[in-house]
Design a protein around this ligand. Structure first.
Ligand code: CTP
Ligand code: CA
Length: 236
């Protein structure tokens, strides 16, 4: 009913959302991962579709029950595992997108090599892993846009989970991150045990042009999604 009565203010827009968390294999049975459930991204995908958008959801290791929250005739799901797979999927989809929302938690590093067989104690005790840095996907999308590799007027939104208890420090980190990545909007949330990960409710501040906090939103992931989508339309 809400979808039928709600605004269709994303009609005609192609939206790409990444969500979930990448997994970087160590061996065939182990990986480096993170706690992102994908709920905020699933809510963003579903809500953009309900508002009329054609949505591609690039889903990194999202459980079936969370993915079900994004089910909509206008949501196409592309499943990925690693940061490299996510990068390939995002570059493909973003090339024709009006709005890109990078809600996925991308592993910053991956093991330098992946063992072909399960590592065992018989081979010796493992004391460290060599890592290499993963590409910054959203920064790559922003530079592709700057070089004309995306529809003109494409809006790019990044997320940041900052664990500092000091709100001003969080905002400053968000401002620097927004500049460094070349994105239009950066939604910063406080990730600690209380809220953010693995919970239904969320609180974000959205940093925009010039580092201004253009919106603060708190509530369910759908309420936060609605606020983010409103801000996206506002800057377009
Ligand atoms: N991101 C990305 N590719 C990466 C890492 C992050 O696209 N390799 C994106 C995330 O999806 C998010 C934004 O960049 O939208 C910010 O992620 P965050 O981890 O906060 O930024 P980092 O630059 O990795 O900084 P930090 O050292 O704080 O982890
Ligand atoms: Ca990171």
């Amino acid at each position: 009913v809400v979808a039928l009565l709600g605004p269709r203010d994303f009609e005609g827009l192609r939206v790409v959302v990444s969500a979930g968390g990448t997994r970087e294999p160590i061996d065939p049975v182990r990986f480096l991962g993170n706690r992102s459930s994908g709920r905020q991204g699933a809510a963003l995908a579903a809500d953009a579709a309900a508002r009329g958008a054609e949505v591609t959801l690039v889903a990194a290791n999202i459980s079936a029950d969370v993915l079900a929250e994004a089910r909509h005739p206008s949501v196409r799901v592309v499943a990925v595992g690693t940061a490299a797979e996510l990068a390939t999927a995002m570059k493909g989809a973003a090339a024709a997108a009006d709005v890109v929302v990078m809600a996925a938690a991308v592993a910053d590093y991956r093991p330098a090599s992946v063992a072909a067989h399960k590592l065992t104690k018989e081979q010796g005790v493992l004391t460290h892993l060599d890592l290499v840095e993963n590409e910054d996907v959203v920064a790559a999308l922003a530079s592709a846009r700057a070089q004309g590799g995306a529809p003109s007027g494409q809006t790019i939104v990044a997320f940041a989970a900052e664990t500092s208890e000091d709100a001003e420090e969080r905002r400053d980190r968000a401002r620097r991150k927004r500049e460094r990545k070349g994105v239009d909007l950066l939604a910063v949330n406080l990730a600690n045990a209380e809220r953010g990960f693995e919970r239904l409710d969320n609180a974000v501040e959205i940093v925009g042009e010039g580092g201004a906090v253009v919106r603060a939103a708190e509530g369910t992931k759908h309420q936060v999604a609605a606020a983010i989508l409103d801000v996206v339309l506002g800057v377009r």
